[in-house]
Design a protein around this ligand. Structure first.
Ligand SMILES: Nc1ncnc2c1ncn2[C@@H]1O[C@H](COP(=O)(O)OP(=O)(O)OP(=O)(O)O)[C@@H](O)[C@H]1O
Ligand SMILES: Nc1ncnc2c1ncn2[C@@H]1O[C@H](COP(=O)(O)OP(=O)(O)OP(=O)(O)O)[C@@H](O)[C@H]1O
Ligand SMILES: [Mg+2]
Ligand SMILES: [Mg+2]
Lengths: 227, 227
């Protein structure tokens, strides 16, 4: 469902050239559960933004669900993102003027889901991440981990084909992190393709396949070892 | 050096009242190394903001270095913050239009450190956190973990009395996190008081004292157990 061929993303030029992603070949099949790991600055978020169609490669080809994503118009790309992808950003990226509930409802409005159904689904997603008592708070009134959990609820609420999560438990204590990992595991069991960038072994161990990134390049790609 | 007496911080009122901090009594002596732990939303960042004089308690008293902080003017408070405290924010809070180097230099300008000396100290701090090759990048051009490391360099560069770090390794891989923990350990050995909010056992284990927060209240306060 995700096929990257010699995908690169560079910034700057000449001496200041930074190869955030460097000729990456990667094929991910429907229903897989992949963990992407690597040092800080190695290119994981850049790779996720490319996979999530939030950024275009500077070279190489990216086929999402068989379609060459670089050929699609901005509008078509936005629609595909909304329908097929759920994204948990490393910096959450919640809309600061909307409440937690409204933030989670937004993607369903774009997907054309009916009003009462969106509300119910949003409340359910927020309940699953333990935030039923914070529905009407704005991000500025939420703790770091609470904001992260709103971002997670928002990513899963449209039942995407592919869930992309960039460090989804970075701000969470062990217990909250466990809840999130169980949610992802459940979604994966129901057929969702899950790709998680993580530094945490407790999250990576649930994946079936581990992809290591180093200096923008693919270092290794193998079955997750059972520790 | 830090003395909180029945310190509370509440938001809202009536039914919507949230006790982010609830009558906390806490005394931290010079040179201590404390880890503050607790669930997401339990009040750790709120407590850190109170200790760091970035927020005022709604009730209770806070003595910093013997002075009643609630009596001080805003200007005096800002000067004390700049001289005595180094703060690593959970959300980094870097100035987006300044480079990494400039961000780290800013606190020293307020402290009246000479121009060439500030530059040298900033370069050294950034080198310690492994970012010598990113000095002239702005936060938007840095990865999550790189931004977090700039925030850490900025907090330590003025050699504060007290280092307050709210989840300083949340976005870091194991190796980068280890570097940061060693830096904190080194600073503590040189006499600095270190207070770290963390979810990570690998960070908390370096502390001498563990303070657990739950629902805004102090749950426990004891010597860090050697696992
Ligand atoms: N401005 C605000 N208005 C209302 N409630 C707030 C506000 N700021 C924080 N809170 C609430 O206070 C509580 C404590 O928040 P705090 O940020 O201190 O938690 P935390 O322990 O740092 O959590 P995390 O581990 O997720 O970062 C949370 O339940 C949060 O929703
Ligand atoms: N807009 C940009 N301009 C220049 N360089 C950039 C830009 N965005 C990212 N980079 C660089 O690309 C590299 C990869 O960044 P990326 O955010 O993908 O790292 P990461 O693996 O997600 O790191 P972390 O674990 O710290 O989040 C970094 O070295 C970063 O400095
Ligand atoms: Mg990243
Ligand atoms: Mg916090």
């Amino acid at each position: 469902v995700i096929q990257l061929e010699q995908v690169s993303r560079v910034y700057g030029q000449g001496e200041a050239l930074i190869r955030a992603c460097d000729r990456i070949d990667l094929s991910i099949y429907p229903g897989e559960y992949c963990a992407i790991m690597g040092q800080s600055g190695s290119g994981k978020s850049t790779l996720m933004n490319l996979i999530g169609c939030l950024d275009r490669p500077t070279s190489g080809r990216y086929l999402l669900d068989g379609m060459d994503v670089s050929r699609l118009s901005k509008t078509r790309l936005a629609r595909i993102r909304n329908r097929k992808l759920g994204f948990v950003f490393q910096r959450y990226e919640l809309l600061p003027n909307l409440t937690a509930l409204e933030n989670v409802i937004v993607p369903m409005m774009y997907a054309g889901v009916g009003r009462s159904r969106r509300r119910r689904r949003a409340e359910y997603a927020l309940q699953r991440v333990g935030l039923s008592d914070r529905l009407h708070k704005r991000p500025g009134q939420l703790s770091g981990g609470q904001q992260q959990r709103v971002a997670i609820a928002r990513a899963i609420v449209n039942r995407p084909l592919v869930l992309l999560a960039d460090e989804p438990t970075g701000a969470l204590d062990t217990q909250s992190a466990k809840t999130i990992v169980e949610i992802f595991d459940h979604l994966h069991a129901s057929g969702m393709t899950v790709i998680v960038v993580t530094h945490a072994q407790e999250v990576a161990c649930y994946s079936k396949r581990t992809i290591m990134i180093s200096d923008g390049r693919l270092l290794s790609d193998h079955l997750t070892s059972v520790a």
